[in-house]
Ligand binder design. Sequence first.
Ligand SMILES: [Zn+2]
Length: 197
Amino acid sequence: MRDKHIEVGFTQEVYDLLKTNPVLLQEVAMQLLEDNFPLSVHQDILDEVGLDFEAIPQLSPQKRTKRDPSFRRLILEAYDYRCAICNFSVRMENTPIALEAAHIKWFQAGSPDIESNGLALCSLHHKLLDRGALAISNEQKIVISEKVNGHGGFQNWVLNFDGKPLLKPRNTLYSPKTEFTNWHIREVFQGRYGVSK
Ligand SMILES: [Zn+2]
């Protein structure tokens, strides 16, 4: 919508109502986030638009049941419980810690809960994927946006993966499909894409 200069908003009446009713504002904001964005970016969006409250998930019971509870297990197993980008794996006894099943094409965009639309990622790389700081190329390589910068572990944990191949899943059928990686590049990735690395 941004590309086509389409603007959306609330009518003055609704805007005034939201302004004077913080509880309603929070409900409406959380509903919009849940319908359109993955959980990992909710707090970032609230902070960026200047809404001063915590992103507490309020999924309705019908919405919860629509999600496939086995997706996480499917994806983590497909990548042998490691981050597909950095190979990270930490367990507390048998429970993996800070390892997540990421959707490449967001669940909120009507994507399927299948292996070829998922990646096992550590919490850091999941967040970077969902924020569009990195993308997956058609050659299954990691692309880091030229817009990201930082210090500390930035070189080791982010920049060094630029152009590196993703970890291969157990079965080649589970590799990310280009229909999903292309959606992510088009809708989420915050960098230039097209130069093959
Ligand atoms: Zn990682």
